[in-house]
Ligand binder design. Sequence first.
Ligand code: AHG
Length: 285
Amino acid sequence: MQDNLAQDLEKIFTTIKDSSLHIYQILRNNMGETTQSKNSTGDLQLQADVLADEILHKAFKTLECVKEICSEEQEMSIELHNNGIYKIAYDPLDGSSLMGANLSVGSIFGIYRGEFLPKNLVGAAYIVYGMVVGVGIASKLKEGVDYFVFNGEDFKLQKTLFLKKEGKLNAPGGTQKYWSKTHQDKMNNLFQKGYRLRYSGGMVPDLHHILIKGGGLFSYPSTTDAPKGKLRMLFEVFPFAFIFENAGGGATDGKQRLLELVPNHLHDTTPCFFGSNKEIEIAKR
Ligand code: AHG
């Protein structure tokens, strides 16, 4: 198949926008329902998780340019079109445990041209389901993160997001009881500087908040109960690392760029920090 990156990304991003409306409908109809099935890492699958995954699988199947998909809700990747060029890794519904509390949740997408390796990322996107449906899009062809909002008829570009040198928000994930002393000191250091705690437990709204406000730090570190962190490389961490770097910020595991890591398994996790550059420097100290 002929590789026309701009056109192909446009088709994939439009498919993500269209799917967001179907998923939003499910969230409104099925708040917090659970099924008996469990996903590949043993999490109880909420009805909405399962349905969102089905919607996206069907939607990506309509695109000849998509070779393979890998969903957080599926143990193995799934081949769609033998002559396809792109592989899409996605978390169909991230933060679904927050649905019962009527908090914002999201979907996350990484678009790889070739194997599921961060160096092959050509685009990434997120959907945030809140009082409106918002879609953030980052592409290898353009700096910044284009943020679209659905106005009842179509998706309007609201703003192209960029991160300043530093911000004021601190989103510290993970159970504090299990933080290392070093991480505890880093977090205290930020709060002593006047950073404000902004953490909902939903990766998508928490990271979108930092992007919209132009800066800050989100962290999900190595903890004694999760030494390799909790967030998954292929469909949560690498897409947002791409997005934050596209916005002029940074993304690290505390030592190196997240986009230099190499996963051994589709569901590998890693400690992660995303933010504006001043905060990323602090995270790496
Ligand atoms: P889940 O999809 O199981 O609700 O987990 C959400 C993820 C991610 O969205 C969020 O950043 C992180 O888990 C929060 O984990 P903690 O509750 O351990 O901070």
